[in-house]
Design a protein around this ligand. Structure first.
Ligand code: FAD
Length: 552
């Protein structure tokens, strides 16, 4: 667990003050050493914010910004090509913005041909840069990945330069505040956390701190499906055509990472703050008014529906959550969007986004080892890399992921996540796959959502019951089943929907555990209505499907 009190001032090397990195370099000064700087400010690919704490007291005459594209960050999971383009392009645009402002940026680009061991990791790059710049101090804002934090701390110790890790004020809730909220609570219920944030941040509350509209959430109004006719009034969402710099990065990725999954020819994400602001404005104008109402709905062949697609810009810090939430609240106050729709959106950012970050830092590193449903040990299904499956819901969601490195929340939770959970995929493997395949995936946000919320791997810390359902849920919330050869009401036989087969088998496999969970009682009761021969037939069919779906 980390708190800001520690991370703000922490130096993770035995403090050597302004002692230079090595006496041997002192004795034999070289031309390179002449460039000694005061602070080397490390900016990671998801920290592209000029107002970041990293730049507090930045002195352009004495300090240097350091940024690096390294092979390890592109390969520690088998990264989607579009995800790589998005990170490297946004980083290069940010570099250009800083240099245009007169700052020195020591930026390390990957080249189309491999350039030796120095480019392999942050550690190797940083060691070489420290040798060159001889900074008195390294500064970084709390990384979004425990692994990266560890690596930077270890490198700082190795080169004997103090590393100052500053709190990330992009977020509403400092980690120390989350820890204080979490301490002594038996359950870390999102709803309690969210209501507290609404009061603290004075969002959608009246003068007495009571929720506008008399209730904290409008969940019952926010579960609409589209019916048979499908979504109406869907307007085109801004697509950001790659500029010369992004095209350069696409060539780099094609040269170095051509065997990685996905493709980047449909790249359309914002990589500059100006573009991210345009996407925000478009969302507020055209989609927010229906966001809550249709946030759980799915429709084949669509991309965002009424979702914002802002997670990527938020997570790279091109946008600040306060400006996003502020724009939504202003739209409500101006009568442009209704309270249930705006509250539904505010909840995602002020509630879920802050909450999962708190969970991550509160429980890492042991959190990622959790696998509460112990028989979950499979690899992700082959279709998660290719989109090749007869299941229309999985196929449509996966085609979107492969083309856009995006799927909206319900496709992630109630199609791909549901399928993985019912199959018995290992939660950490599901997380790693997710880290590879989505443009918005950073460890702090992917891990709790995948391992915790989606796979129930944390045994109920985040969600009091598993998000498990049969194919009938997908049928209710989408049009996928109408184009599918499987029947969601059948659990066995040639036409049985694999989600339905696997759902009953999932309940069966965990019946003892779920019988103790008051929120699962109804589902276990329904299971117990099945005859033992039905249960055996379901188990056999589920096993055959598992084998087919995951066998290499
Ligand atoms: P919208 O539906 O428009 O929501 C608005 C914003 O709210 C999002 O942009 C996001 O910033 C925030 N938000 C909503 N739900 C969550 C949540 N559960 N946790 C954190 N923020 C949330 N989100 C990520 O940003 N990165 C991830 O790696 C990620 N992994 C996920 C994995 C699984 C299995 C699931 C079920 C959810 C995951 N989410 C993740 C949360 C959510 O699905 C995405 O934030 C959302 O789909 C992004 O699309 P959007 O911007 O159109 O979101």
């Amino acid at each position: 667990m980390l708190t800001d009190a520690v991370s703000l001032t922490r130096s993770d090397v035995p403090m050597v003050g302004s002692k230079s990195p090595s006496t041997s370099t002192r004795k034999q000064p070289t031309a390179v050493e002449a460039s000694a700087v005061r602070h080397l400010v490390l900016v990671l690919g998801d920290q592209l914010d000029e107002r970041s704490a990293a730049f507090d007291q930045f002195d352009p005459k004495a300090d240097v910004v350091w940024m690096a594209e390294v092979v390890e960050e592109a390969t520690h999971v088998w990264c989607h090509q579009l995800r790589l383009v998005s990170f490297f392009s946004a980083m290069r645009h940010f570099r250009d913005r800083l240099t245009a402002g007169g700052w020195t940026v020591d930026y390390h680009e990957l080249q189309q041909t491999a350039a030796g061991p120095e480019e392999s990791s942050f550690a190797s790059r940083l060691r070489a840069s420290v040798h060159r710049h001889r900074p008195q101090r390294l500064i970084v804002v709390q990384p979004g990945d425990f692994r990266v934090l560890n690596q930077l701390q270890q490198t700082a110790r190795d080169v004997q330069i103090p590393l100052e890790v500053r709190g990330d004020r992009h977020f509403y809730v400092p980690l120390g505040s989350f820890s204080r909220w979490a301490e002594g609570r038996k359950r870390l219920v999102l709803e309690h956390f969210y209501q507290e944030q609404r009061k603290t941040q004075r969002l959608l509350v009246d003068a007495a701190g009571k929720p506008l509209g008399g209730q904290w959430n409008f969940d019952t109004e926010n579960r609409g499906s589209f019916g048979k006719s499908g979504p109406t009034a869907l307007l085109g969402v801004p697509r950001f055509t790659p500029d010369a710099l992004t095209r350069d990065v696409q060539r780099l990725v094609a040269a170095r990472f051509a065997d990685h999954p996905g493709r980047s020819d449909e790249f359309d994400l914002p990589v500059r703050r100006e573009d991210a602001l345009e996407l925000l404005d478009d969302f507020i104008t055209h989609r927010l008014p229906w966001f809550g109402q249709y946030q759980d709905a799915m429709w084949s062949g669509t991309i965002e529906l009424y979702h914002s697609r802002l997670s990527h810009a938020l997570n790279l810090k091109l946008l600040n959550p306060r400006e996003v939430v502020g724009a939504a609240v202003t739209a409500y106050e101006a009568g442009h969007a209704s309270l249930p729709n705006v509250e539904g959106f505010v909840r995602q950012i002020v509630g879920w986004r802050e909450y999962v970050r708190g969970i991550y830092w509160q429980f890492m590193p042991e959190y990622e080892q959790r696998n509460a449903l112990q028989c979950a040990d499979l690899e992700v299904p082959k279709a998660f890399w290719t989109g090749d499956t007869e299941m229309a819901c999985v196929r449509d969601s996966m085609h979107l992921v492969l083309r856009k490195a995006y799927a909206h929340h319900i496709q992630r939770l109630m199609v791909l996540g549901l399928y993985a959970q019912l199959l018995g995929v290992h939660p950490l493997r599901f997380h790693r796959w997710h880290m590879a395949m989505y443009a918005d995936a950073i460890d702090w946000v992917s891990l709790p959502n995948t391992l915790g919320m989606s796979q129930h791997g944390d045994g109920g810390l985040m969600a009091t019951k598993p998000y498990c359902a049969s194919g009938k849920y997908v049928q209710r919330m989408s049009n996928y089943c109408s184009a599918c050869r499987f029947r969601p009401d059948q659990a066995t036989g040639e036409q049985a929907c694999p989600l339905t087969t696997l759902y009953w088998n999932f309940l069966d496999r965990h019946a003892e555990r779920f019988a103790r969970n008051p929120r699962m009682v109804m589902q276990v009761k329904n299971l117990n209505r099945l005859s033992s021969s039905d249960r055996t037939a379901i188990a056999r069919q589920a096993e055959q499907h598992r084998d087919r779906a995951t066998r290499p």
